[in-house]
Write a protein that binds this ligand. Structure first.
Ligand code: SF4
Length: 367
């Protein structure tokens, strides 16, 4: 019998349905810095970046809150650039990484991977996934758009060196056994280069996984055009044809669902299902995951906090309370459908607004 090899995705929200029978808070993303050495044109949090770090809530306090969430199984660290300063790594990251390891919680850091190797070596023993973004068509584009909104930019040569660091660091970390996962957003800019980018991720960076996501049209990325559903379907089909079979390809927030009446969508989903080493991830934000800002204590759901408003704050309320209140909101209910037959938890609010503004998704449509 031939078994289809599908890697186990620790970040998948559906594991909570399998284990607890319902959406469950199992995943916390920490914003551990507001600093970054870059200012990318497409940065999702570009408007929050600062040049001086605020005082963080002591990690002992944060850990008391985490102790109350028995169902916690994955944690991610984002910024800014979480690995930018050794002080930040020592004070804000390492205690939480060590805590996670002591509880068997899986961890991921989102880094731009441009920094000196010793920054990565500090966290390597405690880390499960090093997550990087690779949306760069070439060095020239990195040099120009990676620092697009920085007032005093490094020289062109310095910026080019940072670009080469990404490749060198990814390769070295991968060779040393680290699970490096590169994410690429599909937009009008990256689609013509997606095969080149995939080959770089697989063959030059030696990453174990290539994540493919839609580009979310946000104010910050408004100059990068989103692609249509037809273009999206075509590029995913192309990726399935040219991809390197040795690398796991993960489609996150894939905007095609088993309840679709379009045969082309169903054919694509079937093709994905039948291909080894390819998975689709239900969106985690607002399902299994909330974001905790370690400076303010604010809790938010990343895709829903465009207006900057928080759902609550850990200084006044428990994580579980905030999560329950979130699940009761109209906005959460508006996207939470569920078809157990295909383990689908529905769309994400940005993808729905972008591609399916008038559609009503109904739980149980697929049997
Ligand atoms: S869970 Fe929602 S999006 Fe997914 S197949 Fe069912 S109705 Fe469609």
């Amino acid at each position: 019998m031939i078994t289809l090899e599908k890697p186990y995705d620790e970040w998948e929200s559906y594991h909570d349905i399998d284990k607890h029978g319902k959406l469950t808070l199992s995943n916390i993303e920490f914003t551990t810095t507001n600093l970054c050495n870059m200012r990318c044109a497409h940065c999702a949090v570009g408007y929050t970046l600062q040049t001086k770090e605020d005082e963080a809530i002591p990690t002992s306090e944060l850990i008391k809150h985490l102790d109350t969430v028995e169902t916690l199984r994955v944690m991610s660290f984002t910024g800014g650039e979480p690995l930018l300063t050794k002080r930040g790594i020592r004070n804000n990251l390492l205690p939480l990484l060590k805590y996670a390891k002591s509880r068997g919680i899986k961890t991921q850091i989102n880094s731009n991977l441009t920094l000196p190797m010793e920054h990565y070596e500090m966290v390597a023993p405690y880390l499960d996934v090093m997550h990087i973004s690779h949306n760069w068509c070439n060095e020239k584009e990195f040099v120009e758009t990676g620092f697009a909104i920085m007032e005093r930019k490094p020289t062109v040569q310095q910026r080019a060196e940072l670009y080469r660091n990404i490749f060198d660091n990814a390769r070295e970390l991968s060779k040393s056994g680290m699970f490096v996962s590169a994410e690429t957003m599909l937009n009008r800019n990256t689609v013509p280069y997606i095969e080149k980018i995939h080959n770089e991720v697989a063959n030059e960076m030696l990453c174990k996984r290539h994540e493919i996501h839609p580009m979310y049209s946000s104010d910050f990325a408004s100059n990068l055009e989103t692609i249509s559903l037809d273009e999206y379907r075509e590029v995913v089909n192309n990726i399935l044809d040219f991809r390197n079979e040795n690398i796991w390809v993960l489609f996150g927030t894939l905007p095609f669902y088993a309840c679709s009446s379009d045969q082309r969508d169903l054919a694509l989903l079937e093709k994905i299902n039948k291909t080894p080493n390819i998975t689709v991830r239900n969106d985690v934000d607002g399902r299994s995951r909330m974001n905790l800002n370690i400076f303010t204590g604010d809790i938010s759901v990343s895709d829903f906090s465009d207006d900057g408003s928080a759902l609550g704050n850990i200084k006044t309320e428990s994580l579980e309370n905030i999560y329950s209140r979130w699940l009761d909101t109209n906005i959460s209910n508006s996207i939470n459908c569920h078809c157990p037959a295909v383990k689908c938890l529905g769309s994400n609010i940005i993808v729905k607004n972008m591609y399916y503004p008038d559609s009503v998704f109904k739980s149980g449509s697929v049997r």
